[in-house]
Every structure is written in structure tokens, then in C-alpha cells.
Design a protein around this ligand. Structure first.
Ligand code: MN
Length: 233
């Protein structure tokens, strides 16, 4: 069948800056890991589960770059910040072993998984999917990528301030599922490709944002991430 020309243009995901490169990292998919720090699982009322990691997705076209203003999202009155380490995948992988998994990492970035917490609680209570709570426009924010040769996750500090006040603090050594474990497990269910992002979960201290807030997220050794919350549309 011949390839049709598109009838109209549709939004495309932004290309992410990479330290030391003139060109950027194109985004294919966004996977997010749930409950990956024990202290955050506890604050959400959940026990640590080492059975298997679980995931949700976010729309790549809604990705916001560093320094953006995120309009306060519709349909919520309890939008929360979640600061996270993001893995940028740089090569294909299907059923990759844990001891080989780091070989397909292009680099790492600091990210925010913004969450409509009130809708998530309703979904949990009703046994429904989390899409309305997690997968919405402008819900994923990411800073410039640092190549894997220049950063290896160990025990670096991960933290977030809102208007200069520290809200979230943890260390990458607190991850329940390590970077190799997440990649290997996810690759049993998907053909991972260059351009995929994995948001790896948030430490404790999540909380609400309001219009006017200025968020600064840091993973020690990576580019600092800034986000402003704009008025509701
Ligand atoms: Mn998260």
C-alpha cells in the first residue's frame, strides 16, 4: 500500500537537549514506574511490593522542557509534584538481561511526573485505570539529558523545592527497583527502542502545587529542572 500524505499536521513531541550535542533526543514513548521508593509507597498507604514493578504511560506530545510554564491542569483541585530520575533509552532491547541493561541507556535526566492526585484516588477506590490521573497534557517535564558516560546512578541525592522550600528528598540508592531491573523487566513486555523514556518513580514528600508556584528539581550530577505553574485555563 502506498504511503499517504497527511491531511493535516498533528502535535509532535519536543526534542530534548543533550549536554555536549548540537542536536537533541527525539522522544518515542514515556513509561513511568509506580511506587519505587519505600518512603513514598508508605506515604501513599501502600506496602513495599518486590513482586514486580508496575507502569503507566504519559503522552510524549505533552512533554514540557526545562523552564516551561505548565498551565494548572483541568479537572483537578489537587495536582501534585513528583520529582524523578529519568532514563533515556538509546538502543533497541527486547528481553534484555539485567547485567546488559545499562548498555542501552543513552543518558539520564531530571523529570517531573505531575499527577492529578484526586483523580488517582478516585481511580484507586473504584479499581479503575490511572490514565486520567497521570496521562494528561503537560504532565511530564524533563531537563536536558546527560550522557550515560558522564553519569551513573548510585546514591545521588534527588530533591525538589517549591518556592525555595524543600518538599522532597531522597537518594537514588533508595530505589526499590534498580535501573537494570526496570529496563530488563520492561523489555519483557515491550520492544524498547531509542527514544523511549522511563520515569523511575518519586521519593517521599509529594504534595500539591498552585498557580504561581516555582518548582526546582535536582538529581545530584544532572541538569537542574525548573517549572512554573501557570493559571488554570
Ligand atoms: Mn511518579
Amino acid at each position: 500500500m502506498t504511503q499517504l500524505a497527511p491531511l493535516f499536521a498533528v502535535p509532535a513531541a519536543p526534542v530534548i537537549p543533550v549536554l555536549g550535542e548540537n542536536n537533541g533526543f527525539p522522544v518515542h514513548r514515556i513509561f513511568c514506574v509506580g511506587r519505587n521508593y519505600a518512603a513514598h509507597a508508605a506515604e501513599m498507604g501502600n506496602a513495599v511490593d518486590r513482586t514486580a514493578p508496575f507502569y503507566f504511560n504519559k503522552p510524549p506530545t505533552g512533554l514540557l522542557l526545562n523552564g516551561s510554564t505548565m498551565p494548572y491542569p483541568p479537572g483537578t483541585s489537587d495536582c501534585h509534584h513528583e520529582i524523578e530520575l529519568v532514563i533515556a533509552i538509546g538502543a533497541p532491547a527486547f528481553r534484555i538481561a539485567e547485567d546488559e541493561a545499562e548498555s542501552i541507556v543513552y543518558g539520564y535526566a531530571t523529570g517531573l511526573d505531575m499527577t492529578r492526585r484526586d483523580l488517582q484516588q478516585i481511580a484507586k477506590d473504584q479499581g479503575r485505570p490511572w490514565d486520567m490521573a497521570k496521562s494528561f497534557e503537560d504532565s511530564a517535564i524533563i531537563g536536558a539529558i546527560t550522557k550515560a558516560a558522564d553519569f551513573r546512578p548510585e546514591s545521588q541525592r534527588i530533591s525538589l523545592t517549591v518556592n525555595g522550600e524543600t518538599k522532597q528528598v531522597g537518594h537514588l540508592s533508595d530505589l526499590i527497583w534498580s535501573v537494570p531491573e526496570m529496563i530488563s523487566h520492561l523489555s519483557r513486555y515491550y520492544h524498547l527502542t531509542a527514544g523511549d523514556l522511563i520515569y523511575t518513580g518519586t521519593p517521599s514528600g509529594v504534595g500539591p502545587v498552585v498557580p504561581g508556584d516555582h518548582l526546582v528539581g535536582e538529581v545530584e550530577g544532572l541538569v537542574t529542572l525548573e517549572l512554573t505553574i501557570g493559571p488554570a485555563e
